[in-house]
Write a new protein. Structure first.
Ligand SMILES: [Zn+2]
Length: 591
């Protein structure tokens, strides 16, 4: 199996690795320390011009697109209690209150999730308290699920107590990228602010003593704004239509060095070294820098997924997201995002070029993973991170980037958060994984691993649902897929010895792409191909995940869940069957 993941062009990989240098990325990082890269702003444009200028100077071919993105940029927010004004920030897509603010009585409810948990997606109401017409105060970051839930419960406005002394920026809409007719209704209608823990605790104490009336002020700049998207293309020589998309956001909260100037410098360095070896790349590398990540819920990458959707569906081998690499104290690789079919490959590459073991997880419905509704294999999002014992020693709470530095999404995310050695080490990981995907004859994804995971998922769901739902069509189709996959992968070693342009290799790779188009779609999405998912937690095989709730339901609700599961099993089974046919078509050309 090892040969699937090792570089077939070892000397090219060595040459790329030894070409890596800190100058280019570090110059970008230093330049970005003076640019507050809010999307739609002049500083964002200046940073785009800087990158375009460097690409030009380096001779890397690139294009700049100017899409209109739908954004919500926080302007200013505050909270008035009696005569006192408390510092606050609003997440993107809070509403604006107007100068009169929103005044109401506070109601404190126990945290929906632990204040020290970064999991914004697991929302369990911890209280039946009536929040109608009241201003809710609660622990957390003010992510989409709690904001939506409290809005539905009739809250007048929402105050989130962040875990520490600093207030973190964020975004509270569930709409992924620009809204369409199916989802614009989900745009939040609540005024939302976040405050610091000391301020929050003082308010809670006041509330314990009696009624508290507060006035909340929010001002947002919301609308469609032109923002540059930069796409560099380094053409492959043998199979130029097929490409790997490596990408990351360049808009940030404030100057955002750890999130994500380090990623932008990394992308620039990758563009430089791969372009310097362009005659030796079998396939095409596309490098993209997105705006609208922070204030448009991944608006830039979603615009790209929309507008280049067909090319991505036909030809994209993998998408690689680069967010917050090379940060201070980030010396380990655990909880790294990768899809199951890419796990062995990523682990091998990390081990080969850093000597380190790694550990991964199913990618969250987050980051610029805007390509799941096309069905594209993805690996990485965040990469290296701080050792767990160091986190405990520093008493750091979980955050969503910056290598676990709590400067994440605050004004403290400055130059000190970037680390040259860690950045150079992470660059090696990107070079190795990209090089092998571009040049190894066969694509490094093992869908047998995903099929095995599907067996576990189906077993869990079918056991939870009990006898009244028939999962056998899905199990049968999955067994047939197993057989086909075993036949396909029995050819991988022999095909690794052939060239990229060999027809049998192409047939094998076509099957790998088609497997992703079917199986990733059903494992990460419900809304269908070329659409977008809401920014909430998506369980494995989401169409049939409600099996977990069936036994607790009764009457009308139970019938609804049963119906949902029958449809879900049809959808899943159909995709298993389609995937099997894709493999059989390839085998007819290979065997
Ligand atoms: Zn980021």
């Amino acid at each position: 199996m090892q040969t699937l993941y090792k570089p077939t062009e070892a000397s090219l990989e060595e040459s790329l690795l030894s070409a890596l240098a800190i100058n280019e990325p570090w110059a970008l990082i230093e330049r970005f320390t003076t640019l507050v890269r809010e999307s739609g702003s002049e500083d964002e444009r200046v940073s785009a011009e800087y990158m375009a200028g460097r690409l030009k100077a380096l001779g890397v071919p690139f294009k700049v697109y100017e899409p209109d993105l739908f954004l919500s940029v926080p302007v200013k927010s505050s909270l008035k209690v009696g005569g006192k004004t408390i510092r606050a920030k609003s997440p993107a897509f809070s509403i604006s209150t107007g100068p009169q603010g929103i005044t109401g009585k506070l109601v404190g409810i126990p945290s929906l999730y632990s204040p020290r948990s970064v999991d914004l997606f697991d929302v369990t109401p911890a209280s039946d308290a009536d929040v109608t017409g009241k201003i809710v105060i609660i622990d957390g970051y003010g992510g989409p699920p709690p904001v939506r839930l409290l809005e539905q419960k009739g809250a007048l406005a929402q105050i989130y107590i962040n875990p520490g002394v600093d207030i973190h920026w964020g975004i509270c809409t569930t709409i992924w990228g620009a809204p369409d007719l199916d989802n614009y209704q989900r745009q939040p209608r609540s005024a939302v602010i976040s405050i610091s823990r000391p301020d929050g605790e003082a308010l809670l104490k006041q509330l314990e003593a009696g009624e508290v009336e507060v006035t909340l002020f929010t001002e947002m700049n919301e609308g469609w704004m032109k923002c540059p998207v930069i796409e560099a293309t380094i053409e492959g020589t043998e199979e130029p239509d097929r490409f790997v998309l490596v990408h990351g956001h360049y808009d940030s909260w404030d100057v955002g060095i750890g999130d994500n100037a380090v990623g932008d410098g990394t992308l620039l360095e990758l563009a430089r070294v791969f372009n310097d070896h362009k005659g030796q790349l079998a396939r095409t590398l596309k490098v993209a820098w997105w705006p609208g990540h922070s204030t448009g819920r991944y608006a830039g990458s979603t615009w790209y997924a929309d507008n280049f959707g067909l090319d991505l569906a036909r030809n994209c081998i993998a998408q690689v997201d680069i967010d917050s690499p090379g940060c201070r104290w980030a010396t380990e690789y655990y909880d790294v995002s990768w899809m199951t079919e890419a796990e062995d490959f990523c682990k091998q590459a990390i081990k080969d070029v850093t000597g380190l073991e790694s550990h991964g997880e199913r990618p969250h419905q987050a980051g610029d993973y805007s390509f799941n509704n096309i069905g594209i294999s993805g690996f990485f999002m965040l990469l290296s991170t701080m050792p767990k014992d160091m986190l405990a020693e520093k008493d750091y709470y979980p955050v969503g980037g910056c290598g676990a530095n709590i400067a994440w999404h605050t004004e403290n995310d400055q130059l000190e958060i970037a680390d040259k050695d860690n950045l150079m080490r992470d660059l090696r990981v990107y070079v190795a994984t990209l090089q092998r995907t571009l040049n190894n004859p066969i694509h490094p994804f093992d869908f047998r691993r995903l099929a095995a995971e599907f067996h576990e998922t189906l077993t869990k769901y079918s056991q939870a649902a009990g006898d009244e739902v028939d999962f056998s069509p899905a199990f049968d189709a999955l067994s047939a897929l197993d057989d086909a996959l075993n036949r396909l992968y029995s050819h991988s070693n022999e095909l690794m010895a052939k060239t990229v342009s060999d027809p049998a290799v192409r047939a094998y790779n076509d099957a790998i792409l088609e497997l992703g188009r079917s199986l990733i779609l059903i494992n990460f999405t419900r809304e269908g191909r070329f659409r977008t998912e809401p920014a909430v937690k998506i369980p494995p095989l989401p169409d049939i995940a409600p099996a977990m709730q069936l036994q607790a339901a009764s009457g009308h609700e139970r019938h609804i869940i049963q119906t949902h599961l029958v449809r879900g099993i049809n959808r899943v089974t159909w995709e298993f069957e389609g995937a099997t046919k894709s493999v059989e078509r390839a085998l007819a050309k290979i065997e």
